[in-house]
Design a protein around this ligand. Structure first.
Ligand SMILES: [Zn+2]
Ligand SMILES: [Zn+2]
Length: 90
């Protein structure tokens, strides 16, 4: 049976990544009437159809693909370096 391997995007879309013709069909232009579907990869972003151009309204997503109010902080903000006053030597 031929296999359709697909990628899953965080928007929920599935797109075929690769189609693998089974050995029995190779060398022909035939695919099996029934196909095996296999999840090959899970993307960390929306598919190109659901992503918008830069001039559209920007939404922020967390790693789960949920829309959030603010962009996710990748790193805590660096603190101001503390300037140590030299201790008075008397
Ligand atoms: Zn096949
Ligand atoms: Zn999509």
């Amino acid at each position: 049976m031929c296999t359709s391997e697909y990628i899953v995007y965080t928007c929920g879309c599935r797109r075929e990544m690769e189609f693998i013709q089974c050995p029995r069909r190779q060398g022909t232009n035939v695919k099996c009437a029934r196909l095996r579907h296999r999840e090959r990869r899970v993307s960390t972003n929306y598919c190109s159809r659901d992503l918008v151009r830069p001039d559209a309204e920007v939404k922020y997503m967390n790693r789960m693909g949920e829309v959030v109010e603010e962009p996710q902080a990748e790193e805590p903000e660096a603190e101001e370096p503390v300037v140590q006053e030299p201790a008075a030597q008397n």
